[in-house]
Design a protein around this ligand. Structure first.
Ligand code: SIN
Length: 536
């Protein structure tokens, strides 16, 4: 059953930092809908521990931040995008503070309050603004409070986007334009049609495509998958960042141990207690993430151990509990007192550096469709994201997207959108297919498309995922859709995109390490890996 079309001026999919910032900035210019698949605070942003990298101290400069970003990005960053985002960052951070965001501060030598700047891998200076180790939670609090005060913004919780409605799909002539979205109301189990002149993907990343991830359950790559199916170009999806330090404990699901812990002196050791990062890189445990994650992977494969140790216990207990209260409390719940003993950690999928190909103001190849935050690929991150640059990108690009659409808002109420067609779908009789395929995709991706890849592993992954995609497609048309099925279809689409991108890039660069092409190739250093849809 379908409900009548809901019309808005701006339709935002996702309620993390990028989506909420965009919504606030256009709220005075029209009616805004925020569609979010769980409750409003459940976003990748909410789990960000580290913070926002921005130049705010006298010892730092835009040039240093630009150089660190370019170096981490391993030759594939777009320098003009890097400069724009870094130079506009401090103004956007100041707006966040004006909204009520509270960053941690400390007293300087003269007794004045100044931001307490953290340090993370690949940064040559302390420049991470943070709220202890719960920065994302504090950002969400401040932004959601501001959104609640706006009468023009309506939030639809427990609503999951199914597919974009484009002029091309409706057989209309002219350039392809995004007109609306079919959305599953998860509570009512109904499909609603939303239309808007501007549609913004702010759906975050795709960590759940891998068996082990620091991401929450919502991170199923929905935005990239629906944009790809609608015909948008998707770039650089082979560059999946594995965070070096996810808590290793049978009962701990996806718990990140922030890089800021290494920024404050934590050391990585093998299970035998031997410090190993200094032999892998001059910056030791604070080398860029691709290097640290690969070094841990190498040490674990060499020793057969299931984890390595991260040790901060040499710092005073009062410092640790004050600076990292969330990490301290969470580890303690699992019986690990980080003030006294090392933490068992493993690398886990953390961040997609690629995404829907966009300009720095979020514009995609489809008119009316924007992508901001992790879902988009502006060229800031290149082949490897510098820690804590992502919240910065989300703030700057959502502001720029808002500025752009305010200048060109299109009202499209006149276009009649067809209601969702359920066809002859019936209730599924065997839900085990969904859970089995979900597990299989994530295991295949972890085993064959992980930190270190080979041609053979990628080919194996391709044939397994193609079979699964065919099975899921058949299931999709035969049975009434559920949110589990939609997310399964999305992770299958994303797995296919990551594999094809990884096969296409015949070199090793940044986060993409293929033992059959162990070196960077200067020709590939000039190119993004761009994929467009095969019909699915
Ligand atoms: C962390 O706190 O280690 C994560 C920060 C980031 O991914 O940028």
């Amino acid at each position: 059953m379908s409900k009548p079309t809901r019309h808005f001026d701006f339709l935002v999919l996702g309620s993390g930092i990028a989506g909420l910032t965009f919504a606030l900035k256009v709220a005075a210019h029209g009616r805004v809908a925020i569609v979010t698949k769980k409750d409003r605070a459940e976003s990748n942003t909410n789990y960000a521990q580290g913070g926002i990298a921005a130049v705010t101290s006298k010892e730092d400069s835009f040039e240093f931040h630009v150089l660190d970003t370019l170096q981490a990005g391993a030759g594939l960053c777009k320098e003009e995008v890097v400069r724009t985002i870094i130079e506009e960052g401090p103004a956007r951070v100041a707006e966040l503070v004006d909204l009520g965001m509270k960053f941690s501060d400390r007293l300087d030598a003269g007794g004045h309050l100044e931001p307490d700047l953290g340090r993370e891998g690949g940064h040559s200076k302390r420049r991470i603004l943070h709220a202890k180790d719960v920065t994302g939670r504090e950002i969400e609090r401040a932004l959601l409070a501001a959104v609640a005060a706006q009468r023009s913004i309506e939030i639809f919780e427990n609503h999951l986007a199914i597919d974009l409605i484009t002029s091309e799909k409706l057989g209309m002539s002219g350039p392809n334009r995004c007109l609306g979205v079919y959305v599953l109301d998860k509570r009512g189990q109904e499909v609603c049609t939303f239309s808007a002149g501007t549609i913004v993907l702010a759906t975050g990343g795709c960590g759940k495509v891998y068996l082990y991830t620091t991401n929450p359950d919502i991170a199923t790559g929905d935005g990239v998958a629906i944009a790809y199916r609608a015909g948008a170009a998707v770039a650089n999806m082979e560059f999946i960042q594995f965070h070096p330090t996810c808590l290793y404990h049978p009962k701990a699901k996806s718990f990140l141990v922030s890089e800021a812990v290494r920024g404050e002196g934590a050391v990585l050791r093998t299970v035998d207690g031997v410090e190993f990062m200094s032999k892998h890189h001059p910056q030791g445990a604070l080398a860029p993430r691709d290097i640290v994650a690969r070094a841990i992977d190498t040490e674990m494969k060499r020793s057969g151990a299931e984890h390595v140790w991260l040790d901060i216990s040499h710092r005073p207990a009062s410092f640790i509990t004050d600076r990292f209260p969330n990490i301290y409390r969470t580890c303690l719940q699992f019986g690990i007192d980080i003030t006294k003993e090392p933490i068992p950690v493993v690398p886990a999928a953390h961040y997609q550096c690629g995404g829907v190909l966009t300009t720095v103001d979020g514009g995609t190849e489809i008119a009316g469709l924007y992508a901001v935050g992790e879902v988009g690929c502006t060229g800031l991150h290149g082949a490897n994201r510098l820690a804590s640059n992502s919240l910065l990108e989300a703030l700057v690009c959502s502001h720029r997207a808002a500025e752009r659409v305010k200048a060109e808002t299109v009202r499209i109420e006149a276009v009649q959108l067809p209601p969702w067609q359920p066809g002859n779908a019936s209730n599924a009789d065997e839900l085990v297919v969904v859970s089995h395929n979900w597990d299989e995709i994530r295991r295949v991706m972890w085993d064959y498309v992980g930190i270190v890849r080979t041609n053979k592993r990628l080919q194996r992954a391709r044939s397994r995922i193609e079979n699964l995609q065919a099975e899921i497609l058949e299931y999709y048309w035969d049975f009434i859709i559920t949110s589990d099925l939609l997310e399964l279809r999305n992770i299958a689409t994303i797995a296919g995109i990551i594999i094809e991108s990884a096969i296409e890039r015949r070199e090793s660069r940044g986060l993409h390490c293929n033992l059959d092409y162990p070196d960077p190739d200067p020709e590939w250093g000039k190119r993004d890996t761009i994929l467009r849809r095969k019909l699915m």
